[in-house]
Design a protein around this ligand. Structure first.
Ligand code: ZN
Length: 302
């Protein structure tokens, strides 16, 4: 059983639609799994903060509506990405069961459009309630005990999705020794294939204690393993792309939900891999935002 949400096939799609009635069938017909996918393109969402109440507004933002708008844009691309990754803070605040009901519901059109979905957890998630809502993920064979950790192998890179949720509603995160040891071993199995790591929490390097508590140990795994090209995270709700002194790209995704600082973009990122690196394009939910459509070319370190 896979540790991700597979795309929904035409048969599942029809079954669900019949259950939901003809109106849904008509409404979703344009989102059927048919259509072209780019095997090297990926949609990156973060900090969706979905609530059980889809009308919930926080910091002036209806999170469900933001998510729907991002998902609608994603599934209507003429060439759709191969997969969707969501780097945590799936739930609004404390990871309630109903929040994951909204997550499941709003992900359905993406899965029906033929994209498998890979979910990471953040500090506003609750692991047990998440697994109760997604029984198929709970039942999956997991490489790290009691963590939502996985590897996704794609033609040009392996994606390592890590679980940095330590305690729900406590801001910092922790990967822990077992997960770090597994990561180091797994990275060493294919030393020459590019690898990208996805984690909810940002590096906690600069004196702050709000990011990843074991950043030093994490970087000691990543930096010497030259196959690791990028560390992608959310958590700060602050779109920013940097590079550390080892040439490792540090990509801070924008939130799909609300921003913490006026003027920052909310939205998602379209990532396209090529043999020497990755092209990132910001898709702001505000098409008039100065960052909307901005493209960044990341070259891989040797
Ligand atoms: Zn968040």
């Amino acid at each position: 059983m896979p540790i991700y949400l597979p795309k929904l096939t035409r048969r599942q799609f029809l079954g669900r639609s019949l259950m939901a009635g003809a109106g849904l069938l008509a409404g979703c017909a344009g989102h059927s799994g048919a259509g072209r996918h780019d095997a090297n393109a990926f949609a990156l969402f973060s900090d969706t903060h979905l609530d059980g109440n889809t009308g919930q507004v926080t910091r002036g933002v209806n999170m469900a509506r933001n998510f729907e708008r991002a998902a609608e844009e994603l599934v209507s691309l003429p060439q759709k990405p191969a997969r969707l990754f969501v780097t945590g803070d799936l739930a609004h605040n404390s990871g309630q069961a109903a929040d994951y009901g909204t997550v499941a519901k709003l992900l359905t059109p993406v899965r029906e459009a033929g994209l498998p979905v890979h979910l990471a957890l953040g500090n506003h998630d609750h692991r047990d309630r998440f697994w109760q809502a997604f029984q198929e993920l709970k039942a999956a064979r997991r490489p790290v005990r009691d963590h939502q950790t996985s590897i996704v192998r794609t033609p040009l890179a392996d994606w390592f999705i890590l679980d940095s949720l330590e305690t729900t509603l406590s801001t910092p995160g922790l990967l822990g020794q077992e997960q770090l040891a597994w990561l180091a071993r797994s990275l060493d199995e294919h030393p020459s294939k590019p690898a990208i790591v996805l984690v909810h929490h940002n590096p906690g390097l600069e004196g702050g204690n709000m990011g990843l508590k074991d950043t030093v140990a994490f970087m000691e795994v990543l930096r010497p393993r030259r196959r690791v090209k990028a560390y992608i995270f959310g958590h700060t709700h602050n779109w920013k792309v940097q590079k550390d002194e080892s040439g490792l790209h540090l990509v801070n995704l924008p939130p799909v939900a609300y921003v913490f600082r006026d003027g920052d973009p909310s939205g998602w990122v379209l990532a396209k891999l090529h043999s020497g690196g990755m092209r990132l394009e910001l898709r702001s939910l505000d098409p008039n935002h100065r960052e909307h459509g901005r493209v960044l070319e990341l070259a891989w370190r040797a």
